[in-house]
Design a binder for this molecule. Sequence first.
Ligand code: C2E
Ligand code: MG
Ligand code: MG
Length: 631
Amino acid sequence: MQVLIIDDDEVDFRSTRRMLTETFGAEVTLDWISDWNDATKAFAQSSYDVYLIDYFLGGRTGLELIETCDPSDKPSVFIFLTGHDDRKVDVAATNAGAAGYLVKSDITASTLERTIRYALFMARKKEELRQEMIAVKAAKDIVERQSEMHAKMANDLSATQAKLQTALDSAEESEAKYRNLAQHDLLTELPNRVLFMSQLERMIDNSHRSGKNMALLLLDLDRFKSINDSLGHPVGDRLLMQVARRLTNCIRKTDTVARLGGDEFAVIVTNLQSHEDTAIVAQHIIESLTESFEIEGHEINTSASIGIAVLNEDSNTVDALLKNADAALYKAKGAGRGIYHFFDAALNNQVRTITLLKRELSEALEHHQFFLEYQPQIETATNKVTGVEALVRWQHPTRGRVPPCDFIPTAESTGQIAAMSEWILKEACSQSVVWEAMFGRSIPVAVNLSAIQFKRGRLVETIATILSGTGLPPASLTLEITETVMIHDVDEVEMQLRDLVALGVKIAIDDFGTGYSSLAHLRQLPIDQIKVDRSFVSDMLSNHRDAAVVEAVIALGRNLGVTVVAEGVETIEQMDYLRKMPSIDAQGFFIARPMQPDQCQNWLSKNLRPELEMPAAIPLAHTTGKLRLTP
Ligand code: C2E
Ligand code: MG
Ligand code: MG
């Protein structure tokens, strides 16, 4: 250990040296400086382990000495020795970095030794910490440098990644374009035959799986060749492009249209509810293509022939569907232009009839071809008129009068029944209001409803609107429903019936005994009347079973507190038989046939005479000859 003693007093120096050699022995080598200038030089060199500095050096102080050197060159261990114990100096010395401040008079060898050793220990520790700090800082610098490097690397990588992504995108785009080219028709951009075949196969599979109907339509433009020849290929090409656009507009997103080549297109329609749906699509396509095209100043008129094959046992593969649709197309072309043809002959007829009927029904409503006839109902015991049933008729412009059984089922299946029924209800209610005013008593009217009306639409609201619109008291309207309504959701039907009853209208079960009879439902539903079907009435005199049914229904009606009407009473014998029953109303040709309003009015005016409304079998006045009641 090398120690420098800076002291201007030799006696003090000797004393200090003695104490040091006493305690440190050979461990220590000593130098002594007494002059201020030498001291500043030695101090600046900082080559000693320990500096023992006399605080008062001539006129100067140890603190001044320390200030002469650069702070970074300051010795690590310096201890002030002083003649005076001065607290202020002590604090200043410590602040300046002194490891100790010893009062000379108090110094002993051991305090000096302890102070030096402790100062050295602390210096070492400090040095170690400093080294650690340096190491940490170096590590930190390295990390920071690496982070910078990593950030740069990350940036570079991002840039590279972006470049690669762009390259990949354009590669994929080219691939997609290439694939698109391979699977699409260049001119119309529709799927070509290759893609169409795979789509057809997929759609057949889907249909088999879902159980939903699908159909293939093959389509050929009428007169395309002559257009091409006369106006040139560029015009022909433009026409094909426009045809493709119109075809695409005719189909749903889930369906497919493809160009198979030349003027031949194919359409795959899926998820069909009925075959009529296919016919509707085909008709729509034909109508759309029949509208003229405007190309390069030419007005071009064309149309299409369509062959249709529906997925079924005869056509359940790609090949069979194509072959059969093609055969149907051939027939369509042979039968004239601008028409569609189903491969299946029976289907073709059926669809054609229904489609035609559907169109005619729409026209019938528009052109007021429907009208109502009214058939009276009476109380058998008194001949009192209880009301009339409204029955719809269709005066077809070419076929003449069409019975309801020939068009109601189609109107039901197409949903047209709702609009029809609305008209019927309005008409019947208005008529009843007119008669009530005319005869000074209510002429209740019964209107038939279809079961389907309970499923679709807003039956209750419609009827409420009609009642308030016509001013008919709700109690004067009976709605006839058949047992088939119960096939549908009975709870739903019941809810609507209750709403109707709440309006004040009456409910009758029509054709009772022919349909899905459930006594439980009969009890559950709010019914006012049961109409025994004609078939029981017509045979009740010859067939005791039918008679038993009629009697049982009468008993049932009585127990349920509802009126019973026998339908289809045609003879006096039947009438007499019914009159013997406890209480039953009747309707049938024997009383009156369904009549046009003026005829019925006539009938009513003759049969509503108050004297007739008493308990006796008084003859009814017939307006139509033949059926005459004998007293
Ligand atoms: P329905 O409601 O049972 O109507 C009674 C049918 O029996 C009527 O046939 C009527 O002409 C016929 N009829 C009445 N008395 C006799 C008779 O003594 N002998 C025979 N053989 N027949 C008689 P129509 O008018 O052909 O109606 C048939 C069915 O069509 C009706 O049966 C009803 O279910 C339905 N229908 C009629 N009009 C409408 C309507 O406006 N809406 C709805 N949804 N269905 C209606
Ligand atoms: Mg009826
Ligand atoms: Mg009936």
